[in-house]
Design a protein around this ligand. Structure first.
Ligand code: ADP
Length: 254
């Protein structure tokens, strides 16, 4: 439970600039528990910055972020003790899956999955049991002893998803999880993500995968120029009544 909040993510007026480049211009976004929200939009529109801001890999300049009932006001910076603590609590209850996998190359698949559990003080046997169960869940139990260098990109990303799941997050943020993969390797990763979605995981996914967006998302958020231009169910986003701008964007994705 998240303190009686039905919203796992609640963002208000989020702003972020890199120097003179105003990347987020006041973003409002809510994600309910169990909801799958896909963020789409042209390159440079602020999608990655938004998702990274939710777990404070980027420090927003202004606005309010509330995740799992834990609130952070961003205007004053994130340096004070209470804010740092709130961010730590948010990080413990969320997980991030990156485009570039970010596995430790000197650790096997299993070691990568259980590393966070061991760091949390979970006993080795229990961690291994959990790790093997999660590798099985992403279809990779036979790869437990392999190092990332011996795995395909799709397999690496599935290990990264197993590692995220090991921390039992309440929400998973995916930042273009299939963009670095050859097309034929994407389906296995998307299949795992669809299963998570069907099981009720709360997910916020930046992706250009229109098929996944169309049939796995509850809602599509369309960003451009640091603003959310559309926030609607996929039937509407991909349908005839979508705005001219959304249709133009989708037309270019092909
Ligand atoms: P998207 O994910 O929609 O492609 P991003 O959030 O990655 O967009 O980037 C939005 C803008 O912010 C781009 O102009 C990008 O160059 C800039 N940007 C992103 N990260 C940084 C950074 N760490 N330093 C400076 N500029 C950045």
């Amino acid at each position: 439970m998240n303190g009686g909040h039905s919203h796992t993510v609640r963002v208000r007026g989020l702003k972020k600039a890199f120097g003179a480049n105003q990347v987020l211009r006041g973003v409002d976004l809510e994600v309910r528990q169990g909801e799958v929200v896909v963020i789409m939009g042209p390159s440079g529109s602020g999608k990655t910055t938004l998702i990274r801001s939710l777990n404070f890999l980027e420090t927003p300049d202004d606005g309010h972020v509330e995740i799992c009932g834990i609130g952070v006001a961003c205007a004053g910076g994130t340096g004070d003790r209470a804010t740092r603590q709130a961010i730590q609590h948010i990080r413990r209850r969320t997980a991030m899956v990156f485009q570039s996998f970010n596995l430790f190359p000197h650790m096997t698949a299993l070691q990568n999955v259980i590393e966070g559990l061991l760091a949390k003080g979970v006993a080795r046997d229990a961690a291994i049991q959990t790790g093997m169960r999660l590798l099985d869940r992403v279809g990779l139990s036979e790869k437990a002893a392999q190092y990332p260098g011996k795995l395909s990109g799709g397999q690496k990303q599935r290990v990264a998803i197993a590692r995220a799941l090991a921390m039992a997050p309440e929400v998973i943020f995916f930042d273009e999880p299939t963009s670095a993969l050859d097309p034929e390797l994407r389906d296995d990763v998307l299949h795992v993500m669809r299963e998570l979605a069907a099981e009720g995981m709360t997910m916020l996914v930046v992706t250009h995968e229109t098929r996944f967006a169309r049939d796995a998302a509850d809602r599509i958020v369309f960003m451009e120029g640091g603003h959310i231009l559309a926030n609607c169910p996929p039937e509407e986003f991909f349908g005839d009544q979508a705005s001219e701008r959304c249709r133009q964007f989708l037309g270019r994705l092909g």
